[in-house]
Each structure stands twice: as C-alpha cells, then as structure tokens.
Ligand binder design. Structure first.
Ligand code: MG
Length: 165
C-alpha cells in the first residue's frame, strides 16, 4: 500500500553582479525572471527555489538527489531551465503513484523582495507540480543583514513537500 511520504530540500546559491560585471546569471526564482542587479552563480539557471523543491520531492521518494541526477559538470545542463529537473522529480513521483499533497517553502534573501512576486511564483509552481495553488506556500524572509545571505551575496531556500497517494 502506498503511504504519504515527506521530504525536505535545501539549496543555496551565491549571488554576484550579473555578467559581464560578475559571474551572476539573470536572476530566476520559482521559474520567474526577476529584475535584480545580482544573479545566481550556478551551472544551470541557478533557480534555488526549483532546486530545493526538486530535492524535497526526490527526498520524499528516497531517490537520488538533484546533484546525482543532473551532474553540475555535465555540459548538457549548462544554463539549463531548472523546470527540467523538477519535471523529472514529478515524473518519478507520479510513477510511484503519488501526487503533491502540499508544499511549504521558505526563501531567504535580502533582495529582491519576494512579496510582490509570491503569487505569480505559487501559480508557476502549481503548474509545474500539477497541483492546486492552494497546496503551494512560499514565505519570504531576510537574514537581518548578517552573514553572506544578509549581505546580499547569497540566496537560500528550504522546502518541505508532502506526497500523498
Ligand atoms: Mg542549486
């Protein structure tokens, strides 16, 4: 009998001035492009929210994590849309007879502000997860100006996903 399963995902990306000033890619979070003078440094598009959600689902399934499935030295994933990674996690979830019960994510960064884009982000995640938007929650927090996250040099995301039959 298939039972509910819970998983946690975490991700952090360094934020640097967007190229050519620095190594930052255009800022994307939750599948949305957001205007910001810094962007994530990463092999793929650096979407920390989609990475954390992907790992929460893979973790719930006790399957290999995002770094194992999509190696950050594989040129195939250079600049990749992270929706591709999440789609693979969703495919594995559905193959196991599970769907998303609910998702709760916390985005920690000093800037940009998450509030104004939260609803659009929830809608995009609901679409990617084949879930109702009421099952998706995103909270934005700052790091109170301390440490790398608080100084705007990194973005951090925690996500918890409950999968149900
Ligand atoms: Mg990542």
């Amino acid at each position: 009998m298939t039972r509910a399963r819970i998983g946690h995902g975490y991700d952090l990306h360094r934020l640097e001035p967007v190229a050519p000033q620095g190594a930052g890619r255009p800022f994307v979070l939750g599948g949305l492009r957001i205007e910001h003078d810094r962007g994530p440094v990463g092999h793929s598009d650096g979407d920390a929210l989609l990475h954390a959600v992907t790992d929460a689902i893979l973790g719930a399934l006790a399957e290999p994590d995002i770094g194992q499935l999509f190696c950050d030295r594989d040129p195939q994933w250079d600049g990749a849309d992270s929706a591709v990674f999440l789609a693979e996690a969703v495919r594995r979830m559905q193959a196991r007879g599970l769907r998303l019960g609910n998702l709760d994510a916390t985005v920690i960064c000093e800037r940009p502000k998450i509030g104004p884009v939260k609803d659009a982000m929830r809608a995009r995640l609901a679409e990617l997860l084949h879930a109702d938007v009421s099952a998706i929650n995103i909270k934005g927090k700052t790091h109170e100006k301390v440490d790398a996250v608080g100084e705007g040099r990194a973005i951090e995301v925690h996500a918890v996903a409950l999968l149900v039959p």
